[in-house]
Design a protein around this ligand. Structure first.
Ligand code: MG
Length: 257
């Protein structure tokens, strides 16, 4: 998935471009989130995402990517990521709904994910969502111009595990820009003070995937949907973040600014 060791730093003009794409992406995600409720099919959510991109002259990043058949990934409950939208998949009250969406605009990619509950969710599911969102925030806060990538990874892992949960190992965050997945890979586990040096101009998609049970994952027979091996619940939060001399700037947003 990652081509070489090259980490490409973005200019101010390129980050401005990413910011415009991220705005469109965030608005599209907000429209999808507003439609999540018991009785909605996951395909309806995909249609909303596609329509939002189309009317803003942006392209869905995931459609056709390695053959993925939709604009939006919708992963329910024990599904971690890469759930395929379907007219046969109806959201039930109490479901955990993970939405992952990517945008291509003016030659630059942005990527965002959020997990929301459909109606009232269990206390455990609510704790999982909170812990995963907080793990993402901890990772972003650890992104400093004089830091190392391992600072981000350790911050994410530490928060998730201190909450009693585990982080998925098989899938990681990534650099992002003219390609959807650029160097460096951004694991949600690791050691502070190790890994590539961070510098202004670095743009990362940081995306903790956190499980109630073990971290092990497996892929279903559809070749895409990734689920927890033990059937436990999973949540996923992601932001596209640019590092500036002043610190991290979160380009995407989750439903509201
Ligand atoms: Mg991503």
């Amino acid at each position: 998935m990652f081509s070489t060791k090259t980490i490409e730093l973005k200019s101010a003009a390129e980050i401005a471009c990413l910011r415009r794409g991220a705005e469109i992406l965030s608005q599209a995600l907000a429209a999808v989130m507003a439609a999540v409720q018991p009785g909605t099919t996951t395909l309806e959510l995909d249609r909303i995402a596609a329509a939002e991109f189309s009317r803003r002259k942006a392209k869905p990043a995931f459609l056709g990517y390695h053959g993925f058949p939709a604009s939006l990934c919708v992963s329910l409950n024990d599904e971690i990521i890469h759930g395929i939208p379907s007219a046969d998949r109806c959201i039930q009250a109490g479901d955990l709904v993970s939405l992952d969406l990517g945008c291509l605009f003016e030659g630059f990619y942005t990527d965002v994910a959020v997990t929301v509950g459909a109606g009232l969710v269990s206390p455990e599911a609510a704790r999982l969502m909170t812990a995963t969102r907080e793990a993402l925030v901890a990772g972003i806060a650890a992104m400093r111009p004089d830091g190392r990538l391992g600072d981000v990874s350790e911050a994410v892992q530490e928060h998730a595990e201190a909450s009693g949960f585990s982080v998925v190992r098989e899938f990681v965050g990534h650099g992002i820009g003219r390609a959807l997945h650029e160097d460096p890979p951004v694991p949600n586990f690791g050691k502070a003070g190790t890994g590539p040096r961070l510098a202004p101009g670095l743009v990362l998609a940081i995306e903790p995937m956190v499980n109630v049970g073990g971290w092990e994952a497996r892929t279903l027979e559809d070749g895409w949907t990734c689920v927890t091996k033990d059937g436990s619940l999973s949540a996923h939060f992601e932001h596209t973040v640019a590092l500036t001399a002043q610190g991290p700037e979160v380009l995407t947003w989750h439903g509201r600014k």
